[in-house]
Design a protein around this ligand. Sequence first.
Ligand SMILES: [Zn+2]
Length: 210
Amino acid sequence: MLPEPVGRLLRASFFLFHLNHYAKSGERYLYDLKEVVLRSLAEQAGRWQEENMIRIFILPGSERVKLCSRCREKARKMGLNYSEFVRLIGGCRQCPRSAEYYSLYEFLIEYDSYRFCFHIPAELAHNWAGNSSLTMRETPAEREGFMLFGRPAFQAETRAVELTEVIAELRSFLCWLNVLLPRELESLSAVQMDTVFIDLSTFPNCQSRI
Ligand SMILES: [Zn+2]
């Protein structure tokens, strides 16, 4: 039997992973819920200190170049769109740049053979993630996702989980953390969506309903 905080965090991570799928398929407002969950983890990380389950990394983004008018004209003459031009040629010294635009915070949650990885834009999270004592500067590049037994989960290990279930699980987790949802997110559980495929049977310790 896992310690309660460990089981709850693994279970929440599992559903947060699937929330990501829904968010990426166009339900953008779900990113707000993801942010609330990750923020709560950063703020209450002490609950998992003993197991050292949560680590937060900064992934520095590549520079964002906005082409100046001369470079835009150059791009048009070369028959390139602006992002191709930036990628292939880069801007000139007059082109405005911002370094932080694509930076991410990476949340790595590990326990035993379980490993989850979540990203959130630094712009959104720097006020709370940057101050966390968990934050580290250097990191190898990770992909968002989760690993079971040291490998990515197979689709064959899956069963259908609805968005309503994902949201209910995350709300239940936040409730356990005594985190109140912002009012805009209160009505989320009414959302209907298609299903994605996941498998709870590979989470033998996390199967019971919270
Ligand atoms: Zn330029």
